[in-house]
Write a protein that binds this ligand. Structure first.
Ligand SMILES: [Zn+2]
Length: 468
């Protein structure tokens, strides 16, 4: 992908996308994603082009391109598709490739930065792709940009070629991953480097105004990362994690593989360690790191299973930060957050005609956004119930077996419950297995209403004085 500035300083990226895929059954149709409001396709070539030609190239939905070939692609063939295209940078929202500005304290001028936000289905606004959570692939990415800026991406930088005022940053091939957690960024931010116990390089990038906060974010992050690499037996696979701290970001954070984005406003009180806000800040930093395993490595098969990413991660935030900072969560604070999540989940879940936590919404709709946030809360509650059922040690074994079984793959709720069921120790005779119990919580709205009646007997001794 290359970037070109017009006379207003607006970047107009253009690129070449090469997609390789295997044909499993004969077809003369190729469908892929490219949002027409953003992407203008200039040309498409398909390998063995002499054999195939297009008879129709039309867009039926704004984000799906359908190619009809004049003869079938045959099974067991690897097809290469090369697409040249232009796309757009978004100026006033946080989708696709978006631009922000930060003040350079030395020049006192605003500088542009560019970051991607691709969850849930925004990659199709950046380049043509098979942009579906269920499809995992490896990405090889290069970015041409002004050499005064630094490019970072999901994978580590492989080499930088300088050509006049431009640089071309080439990145290593990514792990097998879903499209929504791919990312790249371009900025003149300063970075600070931290090295983990197992030699992973964590760099925090920040604009001048957030530089000192970024040092605290980095220190917090490295502590949590070291704790996570003890807890998770599947090693963190990349040699690095970059974190971009932005002056303005629509979300608290985003967990792109190897490239976390954090909202600077959400962490600006990180120095106030006694403030209850700091719990949320530490949890936010932990959240995006935990996603590197839960969500990025083991990914929900469909958007309806998103609680497997957000709910489990939300619960692990507390578990990990509590192990790392036992004094930071005095019981009353832990319990109060615990209750907030339960209360929020139950309030929403008891709405009349509400949908189950496992429910499909079109990711482009507002209903999906609402459901997404609900999945954090109910997902937290379900995971916490499993934690209490299994106990700390068995839960840890279960989570690790789940990651080991499904790393680089995609999962359903059933897959998660089936693994955790193997670690139930104290099973009552004839009690249902965890799959039945778990699915009853994810496939139905609401929760059981339990009435507890308490009877008390108070003994009064009339012979004593009532003097106290
Ligand atoms: Zn999350």
């Amino acid at each position: 992908m290359a970037s070109k500035f017009d006379n207003r300083g607006i970047v107009q990226p253009s690129g070449v996308m090469e997609i390789k895929f295997n044909v499993t059954k004969p077809t003369n149709i190729i469908k892929f994603h490219a949002h027409t409001a953003f992407i203008k396709i200039k040309s498409i070539e398909i390998s063995s082009v002499a054999k195939y030609s297009f008879i129709k190239n039309e867009t039926i939905f704004p984000d799906i391109v359908v190619l009809t070939l004049n003869e079938n692609l045959l099974p067991n063939n690897e097809i290469q598709m090369k697409i040249r295209y232009n796309t757009k940078v978004v100026l006033n929202d946080t989708i696709g490739i978006f631009r922000g500005q930060s003040l350079n304290f030395q020049t006192l001028k605003n500088e542009n930065y560019y970051v991607t936000q691709l969850e849930s289905i925004e990659l199709r606004k950046v380049f043509p792709s098979f942009d579906d959570i269920s499809i995992k692939a490896k990405f090889t990415f290069s970015l041409k940009h002004f050499k005064t800026m630094t490019a970072i991406s999901t994978s580590a930088i492989k080499r930088i070629d300088i050509n006049g005022v431009y640089a071309i940053s080439h990145f290593d091939e990514t792990i097998t991953m879903s499209t929504y957690v791919f990312g790249f960024a371009l900025s003149s931010f300063r970075s600070t480097t931290f090295i983990s116990n197992n030699n992973v390089t964590l760099k925090v990038w920040a604009p001048h105004e957030q530089y000192y906060t970024s040092l605290l974010v980095g220190e917090t992050q490295i502590g949590i990362f070291n704790e996570l690499t003890k807890y998770f037996k599947t090693p963190y696979i990349l040699p690095k994690i970059d974190t971009m701290m932005l002056p303005k970001f629509k979300y608290g954070g985003m967990e792109n593989v190897g490239l976390i984005v954090i909202d600077g406003n959400s962490v600006k009180y990180i120095h106030a360690v006694t403030n209850s806000n700091s719990i949320l800040i530490v949890n936010l930093i932990a959240h995006e790191l935990i996603h590197q395993w839960i969500g990025n490595l083991v990914t929900p098969k469909e958007w309806k299973y998103i609680w497997l990413s957000e709910g489990i991660t939300k619960f692990l935030e507390f578990l990990i930060t509590d192990k790392l900072h036992p004094n930071m969560f005095p019981n009353h604070k832990y319990i109060s957050f615990d209750l907030i999540y339960h209360r929020t989940a139950m309030e929403v879940d008891s709405t009349e005609n509400f949908h189950p936590v496992e429910f499909y919404f079109d990711p482009s709709t507002e209903a999906f956004v609402k459901h997404f946030s609900f999945s954090y809360y109910k997902g937290f509650c379900i995971t916490q119930m499993i934690y209490h059922l299994l106990g700390d040690k068995q839960f840890e074994k279960g989570i690790n077996a789940y990651i080991a079984n499904y790393a680089y793959k995609s999962v359903s709720s059933n897959d998660f419950f089936a693994v955790m069921d193997r670690y139930v120790e104290k099973r009552q005779p004839n009690s249902p297995n965890l799959i039945e119990v778990g699915l009853s919580w994810t496939s139905q709205a609401g929760f059981p209403l339990i009435t507890v009646t308490q009877r008390r007997t108070i003994c009064m001794d009339d012979n004593k004085d009532n003097g106290t």
